[in-house]
Design a binder for this molecule. Structure first.
Ligand SMILES: Cc1cc2nc3c(=O)[nH]c(=O)nc-3n(C[C@H](O)[C@H](O)[C@H](O)COP(=O)(O)OP(=O)(O)OC[C@H]3O[C@@H](n4cnc5c(N)ncnc54)[C@H](O)[C@@H]3O)c2cc1C
Length: 375
């Protein structure tokens, strides 16, 4: 059996590795020429994403490119500790994650073709911008938040929209509290920080009615944190390496249709998260898809199983991602409420309420069963 995977970001190479493990031939087609190396922003993989990588033998190689941070710590702009949880994660540059996953996919025997952009598809035949076409038993759309394959599967599919936050970040020489991934809810913006051997990775998440029109400048970003306690403003002012500005996008209602006729979407193409757990879910999706293809009698039956296994979890995560964004765009009154209530709720419920997110296991060795018939 042959799969064509569209997109060589996070979900694409993981799908390629997982499909090679069940004996499929795989070609990954990536629109851009290179994986981005040291540029781009950083991502964090939680226990759930790392567990999914472990299931296909990739955890150690990925973890070796990043920094393990055993704690998550939340503070208000006044310096108040809002919550702390032992939520292990590995933080690394997205470019390094992609590079490592592509190397692992190649080592597993997948083919990766770069500079090849999908423009359309029909009946398991993909068409590319260079005029070429190719046919496979399955076309996997791992082509991200603006997925072309999503629109091929369902021309009426909604498109992702600005989610009310933009973000910019960098690498700073200014140290922060060691061992903890920090989130500080400032008066005007949220600061996310991760101490690594190379320095402090940081990202400012800024609420706005519309994305900024032009380039953002260091002083303007630092000024967003003047008045907040803690190192946020100093982190910005001492930044040596800037990461590009990103606009958060989301599709709150979700993607109605994930598959048809041997074509399927996964990762951001199936459930644009904005940020948060997006890369973790992309990894989980790819492993579960391969598991279903391994066990089901035919490709289309496998896609039905895959959707039945993944919809409830990704739908719940979309709701959480929306609530997390709301916490970051809170007005002054809501922010005061958040700062007053969070210490109480976080300590009491964080462990329990986070368990469904972080304790999830892709269950690679367990056989999948047919999805219950819908009524
Ligand atoms: C600022 C920011 C911070 C984030 N932080 C985190 C985090 O800490 N933790 C987390 O879990 N998630 C995080 N995310 C989300 C995460 O990056 C995404 O959810 C994840 O990358 C989705 O993986 P994917 O493979 O589905 O899509 P992508 O990683 O976007 O990959 C899609 C790939 O498809 C290619 N492509 C697109 N169109 C075509 C085409 N027509 N033909 C061929 N190739 C195509 C693209 O070039 C790209 O390589 C963050 C996102 C942002 C913006």
């Amino acid at each position: 059996m042959e799969a064509m995977v569209i997109g060589g970001g996070v979900a694409g190479p993981v799908a390629a590795i997982a499909l090679r493990r069940i004996g499929w031939g795989v070609t990954v087609c990536e629109a851009y020429a290179d994986p981005a190396g040291d540029v781009g922003s950083f991502v964090s993989l939680g226990d759930n994403g790392l567990r999914a990588l472990h299931a296909i033998g990739c955890r150690d190689a990925v973890a070796a490119r990043g920094t393990a941070l055993p704690l998550l710590r939340l503070r208000s702009g006044r310096g108040k500790l809002l919550g702390e949880a032992a939520r292990g994660r590995v933080t690394l540059m997205r470019g390094h994650l992609v590079e490592t996953l592509r190397d692992l996919a190649l080592a597993a025997g997948a083919r990766i073709v770069t500079g090849r952009r999908l423009t359309g598809a029909d009946a398991r035949t993909a068409a590319f911008a260079d005029g070429s076409t190719a046919t496979a038993d399955l076309i996997v759309g791992a082509d991200g938040i603006h997925s072309r394959l999503r629109a091929v599967i369902d021309p009426a599919a909604p498109v992702a929209r600005f989610a009310g936050l933009w973000t910019v970040g960098g690498l700073s020489a200014r140290p922060v509290e060691p061992g903890a991934f920090g989130i500080m809810f400032g008066a005007r913006a949220t600061m996310v920080s991760a101490p690594t051997a190379a320095g402090t990775l940081w990202a400012a998440q800024v609420p706005a009615a519309r994305p900024p029109a032009g380039p953002v400048d260091r002083d303007a970003v630092a000024a967003l944190f003047d008045g907040d306690r803690g190192p946020a403003a100093a982190l910005v002012r001492s930044t040596q390496q800037w990461h590009p500005r990103t606009v958060m996008q989301a599709m709150p209602g979700g993607v109605p249709r994930w598959h048809r006729d041997g074509m399927v979407v996964l990762g951001d193409a199936a459930h644009p998260m904005g940020a948060g757990q997006g890369a973790n879910l992309a990894v989980e999706d790819a492993v579960v898809l391969a598991r279903c293809l391994r066990d089901a009698p035919a490709v289309d039956a496998a896609l039905v199983r895959y959707e039945a296994l993944r919809r409830p979890r990704t739908g719940k995560m979309l709701e959480v991602a929306g609530a997390n964004r709301d916490a970051k765009v809170a007005g002054p009154l809501a922010a005061r409420m958040r700062d007053a209530m969070m210490p109480f709720f976080f300590q009491r419920f964080a462990e329990k309420s986070g368990a469904w997110m972080y304790d999830y296991d892709v269950e690679w060795t367990t056989a999948t069963t047919p999805a219950p018939a819908s009524t």
